[in-house]
Design a protein around this ligand. Structure first.
Ligand SMILES: Nc1nc2c(ncn2[C@@H]2O[C@H](COP(=O)(O)OP(=O)(O)OP(=O)(O)O)[C@@H](O)[C@H]2O)c(=O)[nH]1
Ligand SMILES: [Mg+2]
Length: 386
């Protein structure tokens, strides 16, 4: 259903999109909400806007806490990112989240047979080859009273990768997984692009372009009409899976985010566990990989860091100077990084003055191949910039 937004509300939404600080965003969104008429056609919009407002308010509170941090402040629930990316462990109580973090990192975490033993997130660093990943132990996603822990959701929305941890000793493994994924989805964390997801990138010119992967439940014309009602005339809309027009509205409010997600079935050491995991995993979308691990024996745990690294879409690049061996510490770069990007990381001057580079690695035709600044690097390439 296409929302017929009054001009006033559309203008307020634009103010929200342009707002820079959290405070400005909150104010703009409050004004937007009060100017949207309440009827069937605006139901979803109101839902997403209210969600987003709650999230922004939490963000503001976090920022305030951080500013006040120092003596006497209560510990913050929020965990600053470190290393090449943040992987957070999300799931039902007792599934073994703390046990996994204890195995993968040096962090001091509490492992206990009692449910709800973890009450605050605890970060640790895990190494994958020579890359450091942050792995965060979390309290259970769903509270004892059945409500969703908002602060866990806030962390999930900010994380780089989500690992959903399910204990194979549970009486309802399938239900545990479904409830966890549903709670994430409901709170605006899309865990699979195959379920439908949209991004809207505003432009200055060029009209509205739709780039669709999968089969969206709307036409290019629906999109134009919807965006026009928001006074948006130039944008690139990317749609994944069976996305709906509601997903477009969620995208306008940044109320829905996609977070690469894997499912970790833990306690595979128990009898019959593997069979249960296989049956449960059958319904998962193809872009949600699953793993079988045991925090008790250590089996399969390195798969968590390896999968996270793949999902982060980063690469390790080793730089070297002519006549010298490559650096031992890699530079962590984005998946599509070029030689120029690497030069930029070393120094902006080098990026400007560089002529060519020599590359050793998987993509190179021969060791020391001469390439230009636009050459796209592979994981573990060695680069020498001239
Ligand atoms: N058999 C077996 N038991 C495990 C395994 N991993 C964890 N456990 C046990 O499961 C119980 C819960 O482990 P925790 O790591 O505290 O679970 P959690 O997910 O952090 O629990 P909450 O913090 O309450 O959400 C403990 O008694 C662990 O010893 C495993 O791989 N196999
Ligand atoms: Mg725990």
């Amino acid at each position: 259903m296409v929302t017929n937004l009054p001009a006033e509300a559309a203008a307020k939404l634009n103010r929200y999109s342009e707002a820079k600080t959290v405070e400005e965003k909150i104010k703009a969104l409050e004004e937007f909400l009060s100017s949207v008429p309440k009827h069937k056609g605006t139901e979803n919009l109101l839902y997403w806007a209210t969600r987003r407002l709650a999230e922004l308010r939490e963000e503001a509170e976090r920022e305030q806490l951080r500013r006040r941090s120092g003596k006497g402040s209560r510990p913050s629930f929020f965990v600053e990112k470190a290393g090449a990316g943040q992987v957070i462990l999300v799931g039902p109580p007792n599934s073994g989240k703390s046990s996994i973090v204890a195995r993968l990192t040096n962090a001091k975490v509490l492992v206990s047979p009692l449910p709800y033993s973890t009450v605050m997130p605890v970060p640790g660093m895990a190494s994958y080859n020579d890359v450091q990943l942050q792995v965060v132990d979390m309290p259970p996603l769903i509270n004892p009273d059945g409500s969703i822990n908002n602060r866990v959701v806030a962390m999930a929305r900010n994380a780089d990768v989500i690992a959903v941890v399910i204990g194979l000793d549970s009486e309802d493994v399938k239900g545990d997984l479904e409830r966890t994924l549903k709670a994430l989805e409901e709170r605006g964390v899309a865990y699979s692009l195959e379920k439908g997801f949209v991004t809207v990138e505003r432009k200055r010119e060029g009209g509205v372009t739709l780039i669709a992967q999968g089969t969206p439940r709307f036409t290019e014309r629906d999109i134009r009409e919807l965006l026009r009602s928001y006074k948006i005339y130039h944008a690139v809309v990317r749609s994944y899976g069976p996305a709906t027009i509601d997903d477009v509205e969620a995208a306008l409010l940044s109320a829905k985010v996609y977070r690469p997600t894997m499912v970790v079935f833990n306690k595979s050491d128990l009898p019959g566990a593997e069979q249960r995991a296989r049956e449960t995993a059958r319904g998962l979308p193809r872009d949600v990989p699953w793993l079988l691990v045991s925090a008790a024996t250590g089996l399969g745990l390195e798969g968590i860091t390896a999968t996270a690294f793949k999902m982060l879409g980063v690469k390790r690049v080793y730089t070297k100077k002519p006549g010298q061996p490559p650096s031992t510490e890699p530079l962590i770069v984005k998946a599509d990084a070029t030689v120029r990007d690497v030069a930029e990381r070393i120094s902006p001057e080098l990026a400007k003055s560089m002529k060519y580079a020599r590359v050793w690695g998987r993509g190179a035709k021969y060791g020391g191949q001469k390439v230009g600044p636009d050459y796209v690097l592979h994981d573990q390439d060695v680069v020498e910039i001239h």
